[in-house]
Ligand binder design. Structure first.
Ligand SMILES: [Zn+2]
Length: 348
């Protein structure tokens, strides 16, 4: 059986999760406007709408073509050059609230694995709101390069987004930054800013957690008008588009910093008994499956060490978040997670 290298990461250069602790803070509209901004900055961008419960991104993007099946893979829908896929293509809207965690995880896994995204600089994933199993599994399955969190200035929203930040810390997904939405209202350019929901909530949280504040988005009816019409704010001369360009540029520059840290660039099967890891600092090392299985860190293998044959192969090797890999051995265990530090140590 061939090895499935999860995520086809060689074609998705950056996979960014866009998350919020709660719904109604403008996560989907940020996802779409950020995609337009990155496109404007010259990058290729796709969108995976994984928010199974909220209003759909599909309403904000008017599709030029619908998704199709092709040779067992899903060709995404396209809107203004942006490939995107949404759960709303595959179920009726009224069933949304019935999607339970295992089903949701299966569907999301399929979207990440089976959608033919082609070659993209950025895949933006609109996360379902919350910090439960679905969000944790999604972070790991999608092999996120980093996450961006969005909040509104109110204390209740800040408390929820704090949980969201903690969740990403727990699964070791780097936080690229925080965006504050509905920050202020300004009747016209240059006039006084009214902080209707409180001032600097996002700024204070960013300081507290040591993550950059990428931008503050004003309350501007134009933002909603363009999205509701399925049009890009960049097709206009609305001044508010500058806010999204700033957020896009800040995202790109913070990602460069994050990428300087050590990580796995590619996983490749060499032959049935070996695979190779290429590290971000250029080091390439070959690992033998039997060697790794004999060092399986899971509780069962540690308590009952088995005799491992040299001919051990694997059904699947995949990234687990940013902290390691998981191997489904052809015979025996598939539970152990091999951390990056451990793998790096073996490569010495
Ligand atoms: Zn084990």
């Amino acid at each position: 059986m061939p090895l499935k290298m999860f995520g086809k990461s060689q074609t998705l250069r950056n996979v960014i999760g866009i998350a919020a602790g709660k719904g109604g803070v403008g996560k989907s509209s940020l996802t779409v406007n950020l995609a337009y901004a990155l496109q404007k900055l010259g990058y290729s961008v796709g969108i995976l709408d994984a928010d199974l419960y909220g209003p759909s991104i599909r309403r904000m993007l008017q599709e030029d073509s619908l998704p199709k099946q092709k040779e067992g893979r899903i060709v995404p829908a396209f809107s203004k050059g942006i490939p995107y896929i949404s759960m709303s293509f595959f179920r009726s809207a009224d069933k949304a609230s019935c999607v339970r965690a295992p089903i949701a995880n299966g569907l999301i896994g399929q979207f990440v694995r089976d959608v033919d995204w082609g070659s993209l600089d950025f895949l933006l994933i609109d996360f379902p709101p919350g910090t439960g199993d679905i969000q944790i599994t999604l972070s790991q399955m999608a092999n996120l390069t980093g996450a961006l969190v969005i909040t509104t200035p109110q204390k209740v929203a800040i408390d929820d987004v704090r949980k969201c930040i903690e969740m990403f810390d727990q699964v070791k997904i780097p936080l690229i930054g925080l965006v504050e939405n509905m920050s202020y209202f300004q009747s016209k350019e240059g006039s006084e800013k009214n902080y209707l929901f409180g001032k600097d909530g996002g700024k204070e949280l960013a300081l507290e957690r040591g993550i950059p504040l990428l931008g503050t988005i004003p309350i501007d009816p134009k933002i909603g008008q363009y999205l509701d019409a399925g049009e890009s704010i960049f097709s206009s001369k609305e001044p508010v588009q500058g806010v999204f360009l700033e957020i896009g540029a800040a995202l790109v520059s913070n990602l460069k910093e994050i990428k300087k840290s050590l990580r796995i660039v590619s996983l490749q099967l060499q032959d049935p008994f070996h695979f190779q890891i290429q590290w971000s600092d250029g080091l390439i090392h070959q690992y033998r499956f039997s060697d790794l299985q004999s060092k399986c860190p899971c509780a069962a293998c540690i308590e009952n060490p088995q005799v491992i044959e040299n001919s051990v192969s694997a059904r699947e090797v995949r990234n687990v978040g940013h902290y390691g890999i998981k191997i489904d051995f052809s015979s025996g265990c598939s539970h152990g997670i091999y951390g990056l530090d451990f793998l790096r140590e073996l490569a010495k």
